[in-house]
Write a protein that binds this ligand. Structure first.
Ligand SMILES: Nc1ncnc2c1ncn2[C@@H]1O[C@H](COP(=O)(O)OP(=O)(O)OP(=O)(O)O)[C@@H](O)[C@H]1O
Length: 458
């Protein structure tokens, strides 16, 4: 017979306790007994039991049932989802009705019938499991609701660079491999993460994004793993973490490079053990999530300066996808720009303007430090402000400072200049040494020597 359910029996009559234990221990996976109700607060923690079978009268000679009602309230304060079944030799209908109003689920009279008692306790276990499931689904729904408010966006672009990314996305989506997406701000890392989820077998389940950059160390654990009511001052109610909410789906951890070392250790242990423990609970929740991480930081540099754990990197980067900056995506600036123009013209009820060839040149030669997000804002602003059918250069307000080339106005030595040139060329050619050597017209060996000399990470 399969044992199912976790039960606590509280009764001051020790012989009642031992005969119940003898009979019920074959049916329940956990069975605790207690003859002193004052021990209840020490015994109950969130989700430890499914059902509490609670005597109504404890002090000798008192049989008003008031003690039972008092302890019923205390039990429910400790875990509101618990199923409490009251147990009394002096039961009457009024007492039963009062107890049910206070949150008891059922009532059993002594002397009891074993078969009936067992059936009542077993349905109590089912009821508790359903309550917990409903609670989780309710919170998952809240997360989903937030996600539904996100607009669905097509991935636009015809450059070789983006085509290559999309072909990798198709290959890896079907697997459950952990993926690390690298790329500057606004290059579409989240969009790509969503696409991977959409193309995976998990697409019917939740995609949950977490901006780690916005989470303090204090919030990290409770947001990701959940907490039980009262485990810290602001924990006003039980709450599931994002890992539990994303169960069977995909979790997207953005800005992973911003995670502090202690939090990296916590994340690593979760990924190794595939279980999370909410703060204040001693129950572990198994997690089945696909992990996609993203960062705009140079992870190798963070590792070499002891700011990122190498073992964590190996856990999260089974596959790495690098998103090229917009300036390296050939004509995509115009293709994506015109797509946004059309979108915003519709949104603001304007006639779709065309872009003057000179303005097109300006858009193509601009370095787009904020990438596609900046392009989107730029197009929105142009549509809002223009009354003309042709958009001129002046209609696009571009940040003139070219952040890519970091030759500032302050004096610089020849060597410093050389270093900046090499770094920029490496960025442009995404670390491809042969292309950089060709572009700078030096031999590969010379280039390697200089990279070493200037301690350039690539
Ligand atoms: N190829 C694309 N086609 C259409 N829209 C895109 C494309 N790539 C990105 N976008 C849009 O650009 C904006 C920025 O994209 P996203 O938020 O995915 O970038 P990110 O790299 O995750 O940014 P951050 O590093 O700041 O978190 C979003 O509005 C997104 O919908």
């Amino acid at each position: 017979m399969k044992k199912n359910g976790k039960l606590l029996i509280v009764d001051d009559n020790k012989s009642v306790l031992s005969s119940l234990k003898l009979f019920l221990k074959h049916h329940f996976e956990l069975l605790d007994i207690c003859s002193n109700p004052n021990q209840i607060p020490g015994l109950i923690t969130k989700d430890k039991y499914d059902v509490v079978l609670l005597d109504m009268n404890f002090s000798a000679g008192v049989n008003s049932g008031n003690e039972g009602l008092y302890w019923l309230r205390e039990v429910l304060k400790l875990d509101a989802s618990l199923v409490v079944i009251l147990f009394t030799a002096y039961g009457d209908v009024n007492l039963a009705v009062n107890a049910m109003k206070e949150g008891a689920t059922d009532f059993i009279l002594k002397p009891w019938d074993n078969k009936k008692l067992l059936a009542t306790l077993q349905s109590g276990v089912e009821l508790h499991r359903t309550r917990v499931q409903v609670e989780k689904l309710e919170q998952q729904k809240n997360y989903l609701q937030k996600d539904l408010n996100q607009q669905f966006v097509n991935i636009i672009g015809e450059s070789d660079a983006i085509k290559e990314v999309l072909s990798t996305v198709k290959k890896v989506a079907a697997t459950d491999a952990n993926i690390l997406i690298l790329g500057e701000n606004g290059t579409g890392k989240e969009l790509i993460a969503r696409e991977i989820h959409q193309l995976s077998s998990r697409k019917k389940n939740i995609f949950l994004g977490v901006d780690l950059g916005a989470l303090s160390d204090n919030l990290f654990e409770s947001e990701l793993f959940g907490h039980v009511k009262g485990s810290f001052t602001d924990a006003k109610e039980d709450r599931i973490g994002r890992f539990q909410a994303a169960n069977k789906g995909t979790i997207f951890l953005d800005e992973i490079g911003n995670l502090s070392m202690p939090m990296q250790a916590k994340l690593l242990s979760i990924l190794q053990n595939r279980v999370v423990t909410p703060i204040g609970s001693n129950q572990q929740d198994e997690i089945d999530v696909r992990l996609i991480c993203a960062t705009n930081a140079n992870i190798q540099k963070l590792i070499s300066t002891d700011r990122f754990r190498e073992d964590l990197l190996y856990r999260i980067n089974t596959i790495t996808i690098e998103l090229p900056p917009l300036r390296e995506r050939d004509n995509d600036v115009l293709i994506i720009g015109e797509y946004f123009l059309k979108q915003f013209a519709q949104k603001y009820g304007k006639k779709l303007p065309v872009i003057h060839p000179e303005a097109k040149e300006k858009l193509v030669s601009y370095s787009w430090p904020g990438n596609i997000r900046e392009l989107r804002h730029c197009m929105e602003r142009a549509i809002i402000l223009t009354d003309s059918e042709v958009l001129q250069s002046k209609d696009f307000h571009l940040e003139q400072k070219d952040s890519h080339v970091s030759f500032g106005s302050k004096p610089m030595s020849l060597e410093e200049g050389e270093r900046v040139i090499i770094e920029n060329s490496l960025k442009r050619n995404r670390g491809n040494i042969s292309q950089v050597a060709k572009e700078l017209n030096v031999g590969r060996q010379t280039l390697y020597r200089k990279i070493e000399k200037y301690n350039i990470l690539h």
